[in-house]
Design a binder for this molecule. Structure first.
Ligand SMILES: [Zn+2]
Ligand SMILES: [Zn+2]
Length: 86
């Protein structure tokens, strides 16, 4: 059995201000202090604050002009939506 008190969950109790509660299904979620976005993973919230919050998406898909906050999101999108292109 895996303890729920690992990784992000352990950190969440050290950062009670970012911990809002549990969604249905006992999923913890974290709300950005600066905007209404919330995330189920604390690391996702950290990435959002660092790279996404209050910023325009920096990375644009060359094939369909969709924009992304993270290069990884763009790469993932390209793989899924435009396979065979680089
Ligand atoms: Zn935000
Ligand atoms: Zn695209």
């Amino acid at each position: 059995m895996i303890s729920p008190l690992n990784g992000d969950l352990a950190r969440l109790f050290q950062n009670p201000s970012t911990f809002l509660g549990f969604k249905r299904g006992f999923q913890p979620f974290f709300q950005c202090p600066k905007c209404p976005k919330s995330y189920t993973h604390f690391s996702s919230l950290q990435k959002h604050i660092k790279w996404g919050c209050g910023k325009e998406p920096q990375f644009q898909c060359k094939s369909c002009s969709k924009r992304f906050y993270l290069l990884g999101q763009l790469n993932w999108h390209s793989k899924l939506k435009h396979p065979g292109q680089s």
